[in-house]
Design a protein around this ligand. Structure first.
Ligand SMILES: [Zn+2]
Length: 275
């Protein structure tokens, strides 16, 4: 699905020298340093006001893509018999709030340990399609949705992370509603339209894209075109984001705490928004 033209344009865009100083200045470089250094949730003057956790608690009950096993946590040492607590975890990489590395979709592409640290901190753009997703489980983020966002908030910043807010998180309270399987076992949930993915990669130079559903693509898709465009262009994805209703559509900074295991196709991550 990912035309060579798109990949080439995306790589050219990535090679351009972007001015990071502009948005670091806006977000407050000191604020970023404060979080990484002390884990403090409050920024100082000129920094951010609060930290919003965009991560779901990982439990065995959290829905996973059909066919994937649930997360398992097994205590293997505990304080009574060793002095320290330790669990062994068994999970597929694409479980809970997690990163998709380019390798997830494209053979030979970058594994999760090779995602640039600089790309994991980015201006956060939240495109809200919850109104249409409420009446159409197959709704998609379209180029028109992106253009409407820009009409309201100005141009998407360079090297941004663009997240779809479909409101799907609210369905976690209703058994079966998040996966939303039809009688044939096919899930239905919103995602990015292929054209919107191409637009964001080639025309807006984003570093990554996120969704509050289980797939960058519309879940019923069998083409997985948005995956192919984003990951094929060397960008990363984050799936199953939480709490997007608590962050503004523009102006926040996202930090994606991606795992760093060699050869990984992705993995559970902690995602924070500095607001
Ligand atoms: Zn994934």
């Amino acid at each position: 699905m990912c035309a060579p033209r798109i990949v080439q344009v995306a790589h050219e865009a990535a090679d351009r020298r972007f001015s990071r100083r502009a948005w670091f200045g806006a977000a407050g470089l000191g604020a970023v340093a404060a979080v990484s250094g002390a884990g403090v949730a409050r920024g100082g003057p000129g920094g951010f006001g609060s930290v919003v956790d965009l991560t779901h608690v990982l439990t065995p009950e959290l829905p996973v893509w059909p066919g994937n096993p649930p997360f398992v946590r097994t205590p293997v040492a505990w304080h009574e018999n060793g002095g320290f607590g330790q669990n062994a975890l068994v999970l597929w990489e694409h479980t809970g709030t997690h990163v998709d590395a380019p390798l997830h979709r494209v053979r030979g592409a970058a594994s999760v340990d090779l995602i640039s640290a600089a790309d994991l901190v980015a201006p956060l753009v939240v495109v809200d399609i919850s109104a249409k997703a409420a009446v159409d489980a197959d709704a998609m983020v379209t180029v028109s949705d992106v253009e409407r966002w820009e009409d309201e908030h100005g141009p998407i910043p360079e090297r941004a992370f663009v997240a779809m807010h479909s409101g799907w998180e609210g369905r976690l309270a209703v058994p079966g509603a998040f996966l939303n399987l039809d009688i044939g076992g096919r899930p239905h949930a919103p995602g990015f339209a292929v054209e919107a993915a191409e637009f964001l990669v080639s025309r807006r130079g984003i570093v990554g894209a996120g969704v509050d559903t289980l797939s960058l693509d519309q879940a019923a898709s069998r083409e997985f075109g948005a995956h192919t465009v984003f990951l094929g262009a060397g960008r990363y994805g984050v799936e199953m984001l939480a709490n997007l209703a608590q962050v503004p559509p523009s102006g926040a900074t996202v930090i994606v705490g991606a795992p760093k295991h060699a050869g990984g196709t992705g993995g559970p991550c902690r995602v924070l928004a500095l607001v």
